[in-house]
Ligand binder design. Structure first.
Ligand code: GDP
Length: 304
C-alpha cells in the first residue's frame, strides 16, 4: 500500500502517457513504439535499457504478428519484470533480519543530499526494531552537520553512535565503531562515509583506508558497500553509480525519494545497467518508508 502510494507519480505517469499514445489505435505499430520509447526515457529508464525493452517488444510483435494496444501495458509489465528478474536474482526478503555474520559491517557511500544519513537512520531503526544490536559510525567527518544528524538518529532510536567530531580521521571513527561492536557483541555496524566525488582520488584513498582498518578486526569486512542514490535526480543517479563503481566496489544500492518523482523508471535502468542488487528503496520520510526492494511488488506497484 505504502509502496503503491510512493510510486504513484511514476505509475500514473506511465499509464496516462501510454493511454494518450495509443488513443485511436488498435495495434502496436512503429509509431506507438516511438511514443513508448519517449515515455520510458522521460521516466528515466535510461537510453540503453529503454532500447532493450523496445527491442524485446518488437521481437514479440514479430513472433506474435500482432500486439493490440490494449495489451501494451501487460507486455511492458512482463518485459520490465523479466529485466528485473535477470538482474535482481538474489532473494532479499529478509534484508532487515539478523545477519549471519556478526558483526555484519555495512559501509555506506553516496554524495551529499541523496538521503544517505536518513537512509542510515531508517536502516538502523528497522534493524533495531527487529531485535538487532546496532552500532553507527559517523565517519562522514567532512560535511557540516553529518555527524550531528547521525547522533540525533542514534539518540532517537537508542543506539550508540561512534564519533570523533568534524574534520577528524574517518578511518579512526570506523576503527572505533567496529571495535565497539565487537566488544558489545553487536549484530550490525553501519558506517557513514563522506561523499566527495569531485575529489575522486581522495575519496578512493579514504574509502580504502576505512576498509583496511575494519579488516584488522574482521578480515572479510565490510560485508556490504551500499551506494545511496536519489531516484528523483534521474540521469545524475546513473552518473553517480558510474563514478562510484570506479572508486570502490559497490555491492548493494539504496534508491531514495521515489515518492517525489515520476522518474521511478530509474530503478529499472540502474538495475539493468549496473547489475548491482537494489536492496532498499525510499518512498517517503517515515522510517517504514525505507523498504526492502522486492521486484514483484515493485512491478505490481508500478503497474497498479
Ligand atoms: P545526505 O546529505 O545524503 O545525508 O541526505 P539526508 O539524509 O540529509 O537527506 C536529505 C533530505 O532528503 C532530507 O530532507 C530527507 O528527509 C529527505 N529524504 C531522504 N530519503 C527520502 C525519501 O525516500 N523520500 C523523501 N520524500 N524524502 C527523503
Amino acid at each position: 500500500q505504502a509502496l503503491e502510494q510512493g510510486l504513484e507519480k511514476t505509475s500514473t505517469g506511465f499509464f496516462s502517457k501510454i493511454g494518450r499514445a495509443v488513443v485511436g489505435k488498435s495495434k502496436v505499430d512503429e509509431e506507438v513504439l516511438d511514443e513508448l520509447e519517449e515515455i520510458l526515457l522521460t521516466s528515466d529508464v535510461g537510453v540503453a535499457t529503454t532500447l532493450k525493452i523496445i527491442q524485446r517488444i518488437e521481437q514479440r510483435i514479430e513472433r506474435d504478428k500482432y500486439v493490440s494496444t490494449e495489451e501494451l501495458d501487460i507486455v511492458l509489465r512482463e518485459e520490465v519484470a523479466a529485466l528485473l528478474e535477470e538482474n535482481q536474482s538474489s532473494s532479499l526478503e529478509n534484508a532487515f533480519a539478523e545477519p549471519k555474520q556478526k558483526p555484519y559491517v555495512i559501509m555506506v557511500v553516496g554524495v551529499n543530499g541523496v538521503g544517505k544519513t536518513t537512509t542510515i537512520g531508517k536502516l538502523a531503526s528497522q534493524f533495531h526494531q527487529n531485535g538487532c544490536k546496532v552500532v553507527l559510525g559517523a565517519a562522514d567527518t567532512f560535511r557540516a552537520a553529518a555527524v550531528d544528524q547521525l547522533k540525533l538518529w542514534g539518540e532517537r532510536v537508542g543506539i550508540p553512535v561512534i564519533d570523533h567530531g568534524m574534520n577528524t580521521d574517518p578511518a579512526a571513527v570506523a576503527y572505533d565503531a567496529v571495535k565497539q561492536a565487537v566488544e558489545m557483541n553487536a549484530d550490525i555496524v553501519i558506517i557513514d562515509t563522506a561523499g566527495r566525488l569531485h575529489t575522486k582520488v581522495n575519496l578512493m584513498t579514504e574509502l580504502g583506508k576505512i576498509k583496511r582498518v575494519i579488516q584488522k578486526f574482521i578480515p572479510e569486512a565490510p560485508h556490504e558497500v551500499m551506494l545511496v542514490l536519489d531516484g528523483s535526480t534521474g540521469q545524475n543517479a546513473f552518473i553517480q553509480a558510474q563514478e562510484f563503481t570506479k572508486v570502490t566496489e559497490i555491492t548493494s544500492l539504496a534508491i531514495t525519494k521515489l515518492d517525489g518523482t515520476a522518474k521511478g523508471g530509474v530503478v529499472i535502468g540502474i538495475s539493468d545497467q549496473f547489475k548491482i542488487p537494489v536492496k532498499y528503496i525510499g518512498v517517503g520520510e517515515k522510517i517504514s518508508d525505507l523498504q526492502v526492494f522486492n521486484k514483484t511488488t515493485f512491478v505490481d506497484s508500478l503497474f497498479a
